[in-house]
Design a binder for this molecule. Structure first.
Ligand code: RP5
Length: 156
């Protein structure tokens, strides 16, 4: 697989769908898993081994509340971990602070609250640094985005 997507609970699934959508747009291979760092730490270990052994270039990890999942994953792998703070309470600010404030040497690259699409976009960009096809797709994506804007004034 190119990317592993892991989130802490079945209740996170809808918020993490943006990651799958983005990876589908770029035709990248991924597997998604539900594994809580607190509830099933042994299962998480097993999933991480599978992801690393199958050559994943990044892991996207989403969690809410005391969101330790991305940080725990980052402590166990050396591939980039992209954290998605999820709004399960307090507008997701509890999860944002839990995920973003990592100790020096063990980073989690953190995106905005519930922004799993951007987490996958970061993974695509990581893959694009060593994959010409993906790099070309990223250029096309940006060109298409620009075409949606014009200098014409907007009327109401
Ligand atoms: C976290 O707690 C999960 O990532 C989820 O966002 C939150 C609530 O989980 P459930 O109690 O709905 O399983 O571990």
């Amino acid at each position: 697989m190119d990317v592993a997507i892991i989130f802490g609970s079945a209740s996170d699934k809808e918020k993490m769908a943006g990651a799958a959508k983005c990876l589908d747009e770029f035709g990248l291979e991924y597997k998604a898993y539900i594994a809580s760092a607190h509830r099933v730490p042994e299962l998480l270990e097993q999933i991480l081994k599978e992801a690393v052994d199958s050559g994943a270039k990044a892991i996207i990890a989403g969690a809410g509340l005391a969101a330790h999942l991305p940080g725990v994953i980052a402590s166990k792998v050396t591939i980039p971990v992209i954290g998605v703070p999820l709004d399960a309470a307090l507008g997701g600010q509890d999860a944002l602070y839990s995920i973003v404030q990592m100790p020096k040497g063990i980073p989690v690259s953190t995106v905005g609250i519930n922004n799993s699409y951007n987490a996958a976009m970061t993974a695509v960009q990581i893959i694009g640094t060593s994959n010409e096809k993906v790099a070309a797709q990223l250029k096309e994506y940006r060109a298409n985005m620009k075409q949606k804007f014009t200098a014409d004034p907007v009327s109401f």
